[in-house]
Design a protein around this ligand. Sequence first.
Ligand SMILES: [Mn+2]
Length: 458
Amino acid sequence: MSPRRLPSKCLRARTVLLAAVVAAQVLHAGVHFTPDEYRSRRDALRARIDTVGLAVLASAETALRSGDVSYPYRQSSDLLYLAGITRPGTFLVVLGSPIDLGGRNVRDLLFIPPYSEMRARITGEAMTLQEATTVSGADTVLENGGLGAFLAKILAVKRVLYHSAFQPPFVVDWLNNRILFIERDAEKMLKEKFPGLAVKPVSPLVASLRVVKSHNEVAAVEEAARVTCDGVMALLRAAHPGVFEYELQAVLESTFRREGAQRTGFPSIIGSGPNSTRVHYDANTRRTQKGDVIVVDIGAEVDGYTADVTRTFPVDGHFTAAQRKLYTIVLEAQKAAIAAVKPGVHIRAVDKAGRDVIDRAGFKKYLTHFLSHSVGLDVHDPGLTGMGAGDSLRAGMVITIEPGIYIPAGADDVDLSYWDTGIRIEDDVLVTPDGCRVLTTGVPKEAEEIESLVGNSD
Ligand SMILES: [Mn+2]
């Protein structure tokens, strides 16, 4: 990448270009979510916090890669959800009951980095108070330098503080061989300064809001699903024995970007041969061989929302008898689980419907994970863990259904024709009032259809 400081003669041309880019971003961000929607989400959060309480949510930290180079930035999902602001250095305050600020009734405040002309010229990423107001609909937007003084005043009169987690909550001080507990110490200092103040995490409250998706959120996941499926179709057509896993990743992710995805929702998994049995393999370095199956578990992120799709295919376009047998079982399991999805059903019953098919076929020990999770702003979206008593499905939830069978080399209770074979099939489904609707229909999953697409570039 180029260094941060540009030679001055480039600045004018870049400024014009960047102004166009910024304008396009603002337009794009408005496609799915209006300030009214963010406002109603904050109202829903307010209804869950005490009237004598307030919530403070910090944006994600910028992660340093080395020197003055950062990793690509991605906003915290909770802050995106409640305010739509994509920049670091942003803090959102949601008040349990309104306060009077300069004669105005204020329910929420946003604190953002001060506008910097220099930053606008160099990165195009400066935001004015007015722009932040337009995006978020917050009652008041102020510069983030004022956050400390504001909190000092407001915490003196509030009884409960909900806050977002410190990331990371602790750091290792290896010079002194000790751990610095940032979050614990911050909470301790607050309680000393404001006796009687209760300090709680805000994330469970926001999670309870995020679990059922709005109409616009479903539209965002559908768009992510469409782009994701297009990427898989391009990948299938580009596959042939001898192709490297990373070449397939490049085809996939270039399709994502060309179709408007900002990034992937999680590192792309392209696992061939032995790697198909490793459920979280994402090194993507192996050269494929004739006879391999390839598991691709991937998701494009569009406007903050990700899809999560898995397809498995033979690199040479022909499943072996053993591969086809496993594929048929997993597909049957997936269809059985999808058929079980409707409001009121517990997520463990959905898991069981799919798992039973694999158990009956005699491959119980080769299914090593739960079959479902919520998907949305995060690939493993909060609110539906499979563990809680309250994990019954509700209309508007978006969940994945992803059974699999993974047989490593050396498995001693199966024929060796099954070795090094991982099969997983995953779709995203919207729970509807009377059942569900599969959102990721853009790429087929019947064995013959998948086979006919592999290497087929016409
Ligand atoms: Mn998944």
